[in-house]
Design a protein around this ligand. Structure first.
Ligand SMILES: [Zn+2]
Ligand SMILES: [Zn+2]
Length: 487
């Protein structure tokens, strides 16, 4: 690490001063977003509010990306130190050989969506949506970083550009609704970042940082670590209705089939190895139609999560076996629709080091913890497979994420300090001719090109029907070919 450069230090002081001046506005923005929680791909008001905040900083804002995403680019005004060497991206065939690489572009992201948590004190009374995952804090961090980085004196010292993006639908929920969006051609992927990668909205981004709100009480922040990946499954048991009192024997009970399957899933748990960090957590989204009718249409959603893509794939096969077991036992049909969830998070070590150094400066090393492994998932994992990416955590919260008691109790630790840490990190990357950002992108070895990623994600869409209709002798049950991508 080189010594602090006085010119870089001056830019940092200016960014911090700008954030301090607008502290009240940043907190107000967070609280406004908190009061109007919206679910993924429906974040209209949140997106409008975020776009207005960025426009107010003098940025040209694009909206409606992957339905609700927001994006604005701030160009640094200092010359780019340039590069004539061949970097890893060229070897991967993403840039024509012999050309100078473009100036580095760093994305600062926030996520627009809430979760469903009807018992939360700030829940929307109609939809039950609540910011129980703290994404309002993420948006405030992005907005706060934008305040610091768009300060004219700061932009004059930066090269390359900063891309601010508010991304839809990080929470992978309401699968039926999202399948419908897919069928209607409104999205292809069910999560915001995969969809934005597909749309090319990350083509002008070399590396990305998204600070998630704190995941545990206390003042400690972290540069973030690894996290699980997963596939999503939407499962439907088709039985036969019958009068539940008069002639239950004439029916085929889809709920009982689902219960056998859930028992089978639970019986599999002892086969999950600890190091794989497997999580399978199905819910029943429809258990029948009327209490006096034998259920003939029962629906479940689940994730199959694990630390590696391989462990996700292996566990997914086992779970499918369990779902088929329920159908076999009761004589129903089961339809299993797989969709790509998120990939495991692979934090970039260089970005992590720079961010950590800035965090330590702001809150002291005693208040910075290591990232470790998180068994939850984020679609920052998908980005981390195609570019250097970082998913740090803020602080200043109480309660349990996704639960009614989760809330921000310290706006400075939740919004302001992380915004400062992001601004300082971007300055480290883009000051001094953006040499550091160029070094980060040269050193990075993301496992996939963007085209490979899209192809891989597409390959995870899968529809399985069991038993196959010919075998079951069932007539007219649709179009049930394994590996069929149309649903
Ligand atoms: Zn969440
Ligand atoms: Zn979250």
């Amino acid at each position: 690490m080189k010594k602090a450069d006085p010119a870089v230090e001056d830019l940092k002081e200016k960014a911090l001063a700008a954030i301090a001046r607008r502290r009240g506005d940043i907190i107000r923005f967070a609280e406004d977003v908190y009061r109007t929680p919206e679910l993924g791909f429906k974040e209209e008001r949140t997106a409008a509010r975020t776009a207005a905040f960025l426009a107010d900083l003098g940025l040209e804002v694009r909206t409606g990306l992957a339905l609700t995403g927001v994006k604005a680019v701030a160009d640094g005004q200092a010359p780019w130190s340039g590069s004539r060497r061949t970097g890893p991206k060229k070897e991967r065939g993403e840039e024509p050989p012999g050309e100078t690489a473009a100036p580095p572009r760093v994305a600062v992201l926030g996520e627009l969506d809430a979760v469903v948590c009807p018992g939360h004190p700030a829940a929307d009374p109609v939809t039950g949506a609540a910011h129980a995952c703290g994404h309002h804090a993420q948006l405030a961090v992005m907005a706060g970083a934008a305040v610091g980085l768009t300060e004219p004196d700061v932009l004059r010292g930066l090269s390359g550009s900063v891309v601010f993006m508010a991304v839809p639908a990080e929470e992978y929920v309401e699968l039926e609704y999202r399948f419908r969006l897919r069928e209607e051609g409104k999205v292809e992927f069910l999560g915001g970042k995969p969809e934005l990668i597909r749309l090319g909205e990350f083509d002008d981004v070399d590396m990305a940082i998204l600070v998630h709100s704190g995941s545990r009480p206390g003042p400690k922040m972290s540069p973030g670590g690894t996290s699980n990946g997963f596939v999503g499954k939407f499962v439907r048991y088709i039985g036969r209705e019958a009068h539940a009192g008069a002639s239950p024997w004439a029916g085929v009970n889809a709920l009982n089939a689902a219960l056998v399957a859930l028992s089978a899933v639970n019986a599999l748990r002892e086969t999950f190895s600890e190091e794989d960090s497997v999580r399978v957590h199905p819910i029943v989204t429809k258990g029948g139609d009327l209490v006096n009718i034998i259920p003939a249409d029962v629906r479940l959603e689940t994730y199959v999560r694990a630390r590696t893509i391989q462990a996700v794939t292996e566990t997914s096969r086992k779970v499918d076996r369990a779902f088929k077991a329920g159908a076999l036992a009761l004589g129903t049909t089961v339809e299993i629709r797989d969709a790509p969830g998120f990939l495991p998070m692979l934090p970039d070590p260089e970005l992590s080091r720079i961010y950590r150094r800035n965090l330590e400066r702001l809150v002291g090393a005693e208040n910075v913890s290591d990232g470790g492994h998180m068994a939850g998932s984020t679609d920052m994992g998908d980005l981390s497979h195609v570019m250097p990416a970082l998913h740090p955590y803020g602080a200043g919260v109480e309660g349990r994420p996704h639960c009614a008691d989760y809330r921000v109790v310290d706006p400075d630790l939740a919004y302001i300090r992380p915004a400062e840490a992001v601004a300082l990190t971007v300055i480290d990357l883009l000051a001094d001719g953006a040499r550091e950002a160029d070094r980060v992108r040269r050193a990075a070895r993301p496992p996939m090109t963007r085209a490979e990623y899209i192809e891989f994600a597409r390959s995870l869409f899968r529809r399985t029907v069991y038993p196959e209709p010919e075998a079951a002798g069932a007539a007219g049950s649709g179009n049930p070919k394994e590996d069929d991508d149309r649903w």
